[in-house]
Each structure stands twice: as C-alpha cells, then as structure tokens.
Write a new protein. Sequence first.
Length: 254
Amino acid sequence: MHWLYILISKFLCIGILVSGICLARFANAADVIVGFEITSPPYVVSIGDKSSSYTGIEIEIVRLALQASGHDLVAKLAPLKRRIRQLSQGKIDGISTVQLDQVPGLHYSENYVGYHNFAISHHRDNIILESISDLSGYSISTWHSARSHLGQEFMDAIQKSPGYFELVKQKSQVAMFLKGRVKVTVIDKIIFQYLAKRAGADLSVFRYSPIFGGGTKFRLGFASAQIRDGFNRGLATIKANGTLRGIYSRFGIE
C-alpha cells in the first residue's frame, strides 16, 4: 500500500501545482484580446506585425477604455467572418465594429465609434447635392462594394453617372478625387480628412454634402458580460475626462 500512497501523493502534488498555475494565470489575466477589421486608416492603422504596433482611432479608444477598467488590449486583425469564428473558439475575447444583435449570443458594449458617409466635392466646382439622386450627373469615386451598402437610390444614380469607380484602397479613392479625375468622392468624413491631409490637401476647399443621412454607430461584442461592463465603464470615463476627444486630435481630426 505504501507505493499507492506515494503515487496518490504525487498526483495530488501535480494537481495542486497545475491548479496553482491556472489560478495565478487567471488572477493575472488582465489581457483582453479583441479582433479588429483589417487596416482602415485612421480607425485601424498597422505600423508593424505585432499587436503592439497596431494603432488608430478605434484601437486607441478600445485600448484606453479597457485600461481604465484594469485590462490591457491585445489587438488582432482579421475579416469579420474569421473574427466571429475565433470568438466562438475562445481564441479572442471580443470583436469590433458590430451592431446590436448582429452576432447572436454576444454581450454588446455601448456605441464607441461611428462612420458617417458624405458626398465630397470641391467648392470651386459649385456642386450642389441635396439628395442621393443628384449624384447622377457627376463622376464618382468610392470604396470597394459601396454599391451594395448605400441603397437603391444610390444604385439608380450611379447607372447615370458619367464615370463610377470603386477602389479597394481608400487612399487610391481619395487620390483619384484630389487629382481631379472625378468630381465627387463618397466616403466617411474622418477617413477622407485623414488621407487628404496626409496628401497635403487644404481641407477648407472641400464641400461635405450629408446626403446619406446620419452616421452608423458601432459596438464591441464580447464573450464575457463582465469584460463588457468594464469596457463600458472605461468608455464613460474617457469620454468624461476628455481622453476620447484627444484620441481624435492625435490623428488630426478636429
């Protein structure tokens, strides 16, 4: 029986050791892994291959809100379908840029970021756009697959446009407009201002026509309600103390 006692004692020691490691790991589990959309400056900006080299308005909002609730952000970049799969497999803790109940079973945060599309033209061209249908008389650049997101009225308008271009890279979309190859570009205002400023453009020469209505707000979807609640508290904190506004300013957005 002595050998059985020794064997049981060894297993108990191993079990206690493993449990201790797991408990210590759980106690120090401050990292929250969030999956973000592939690079979309200035919201998501990649300046290297490591998580610590990812920045941008969206990532910094999430990073600082989580920090305010005692967590550190680990950012991962992937398309939405892959992020949803990673979340279901427990490889990440949350996904960005989703709307309420878009993915069943998640715990959704408050709105933390928004996109607002405008039809942008030069003041010198004196283009007056009061509705989406008014776009029909002008050449247009926009992002890849925009026609599937902007509704039937937009689809009808581009059928009559003298030139319609969808570009995969929004930097190319903005460049086409700045070079005068199209009269109008349809794009989120913040993305446009960021890219136009980096190209050396004077933002005061542009007219922003809000023909697409209000912007679209987005939330984070978390596997854990506890992390969601902490993020919401942190988000409220950085809104109240001016940190949120400062994030936009850091990327040249006023």
